[in-house]
Design a binder for this molecule. Structure first.
Ligand SMILES: C[S@@+](CC[C@H](N)C(=O)[O-])C[C@H]1O[C@@H](n2cnc3c(N)ncnc32)[C@H](O)[C@@H]1O
Length: 250
C-alpha cells in the first residue's frame, strides 16, 4: 500500500503534469500572500503551480512537498525560467523549518490528501507553529462527489512530443461516508516503442465537515478569520468547496 504522502512519486510524478486536467489559478494565492504578507510558504507545492508564478511576481514564497520527484521537477522548471526557488522536502504533518511565515497556504484541496484527522491535526499544529505573529493560513477544502459508476474503467490519454502515450485509468473506487474517505485506484501507464510501464496507485481523499474542521483547527490553536467559497464569496451552508482563512488564537 502506497503511503498517501508518496503517491506523487516515480511514474506518477512523471505523468502528473502531462495528464493534469486542470491547473490552479495563481491569482487568489498571489492576492492572499499580498494581503497576509511575506515570507510565505506553500504546502504541497508539487512541481511548481502556482509557486513558480508567485516567485516570478517577486513574492517571497517557499515550497514544501513530501515528494522528492515532484520537487526535482519544480526545481528544473524554475531553473529553466531563471527563477530562484527555496524548496523543502518534508511532510506537512511533520513540518520543521527554521523560518516563521506571514502566510501559509495550500493551492487547491491538497489538504484532503492527508488520510485521517490525526494527520490533519498534526499538519494544523505545524502550520500554527510556523506562523509569524499576526500571520494567517489559507486552507482550501472540498468534499469529493461520489464517482459515477460509468466512470469506472474510463481513461485519459495524452501523447507527448517524443511519441510516448500516457494514460490514467480509474480502476475502482471505495467510499466510506463515516470515515469521510474515498479511495480511487488509478492505473498510470506509459507506452512507447512497443514497451509499457504501468503502476496501480490508491489515491485517497479525506474530507471534513465545516464544524469538524473548525474544531480540529481550534485544537491546533487556530481560529477562522473567514470561511468562504473559492472565489471569496460567502459560502452557503451546503457548499462542498470551502476556503478556510485561519489565524492563531489563544
Ligand atoms: C495535487 S498535487 C498539487 C501540486 C501543485 N500545487 C499543483 O497544483 O500542481 C499535490 C502535491 O501534494 C504533495 N503532498 C501530498 N501529501 C503530502 C504531505 N503529507 N506533505 C507534503 N506534501 C504532500 C504531493 O507530493 C503533490 O506534489
Amino acid at each position: 500500500m502506497t503511503d498517501p504522502a508518496d503517491f506523487y512519486t516515480g511514474i506518477v510524478a512523471e505523468l502528473y503534469a502531462p495528464l493534469k486536467s486542470y491547473s490552479q489559478d495563481p491569482a487568489p494565492y498571489a492576492s492572499f500572500v499580498r494581503q497576509a504578507g511575506v515570507p510565505a510558504l506553500e504546502l504541497g507545492c508539487g512541481d511548481g503551480d502556482p509557486l513558480i508564478e508567485l516567485r516570478r511576481q517577486g513574492l517571497d514564497v517557499e515550497g514544501v512537498d513530501s515528494s522528492a520527484d515532484m520537487l526535482e521537477r519544480c526545481r528544473r522548471r524554475a531553473e529553466a525560467g531563471g527563477i530562484p526557488v527555496v524548496l523543502h522536502h518534508q511532510r506537512m504533518e511533520a513540518l520543521d523549518l527554521p523560518r516563521r511565515y506571514r502566510a501559509i497556504f495550500l493551492a487547491g484541496p491538497t489538504f484532503t490528501l492527508l488520510n485521517d484527522d490525526a494527520a490533519a491535526l498534526a499538519a494544523l499544529r505545524g502550520i500554527r507553529a510556523h506562523l509569524a505573529d499576526g500571520g494567517s493560513a489559507l486552507i482550501p477544502l472540498f468534499v469529493p462527489p461520489p464517482t459515477p459508476a460509468d466512470q469506472l474503467g474510463q481513461s485519459r490519454t495524452v501523447t507527448t512530443d517524443d511519441g510516448a502515450e500516457l494514460t490514467v485509468r480509474t480502476v475502482s473506487v471505495e467510499r466510506d461516508e463515516s470515515a469521510r474517505t474515498q479511495t480511487t485506484l488509478l492505473r498510470y501507464e506509459r507506452r512507447r516503442d512497443g514497451e509499457s510501464t504501468a503502476v496501480d496507485r490508491p489515491w485517497q481523499l479525506h474530507w471534513y465537515t465545516r464544524t469538524g474542521f473548525t474544531e480540529l483547527a481550534a485544537t491546533a490553536g487556530l481560529t477562522p478569520i473567514s470561511i468562504t467559497g473559492p472565489d471569496g464569496s460567502a459560502a452557503p451552508p451546503d457548499a462542498t468547496s470551502l476556503h478556510f482563512h485561519l489565524r492563531a488564537c489563544g
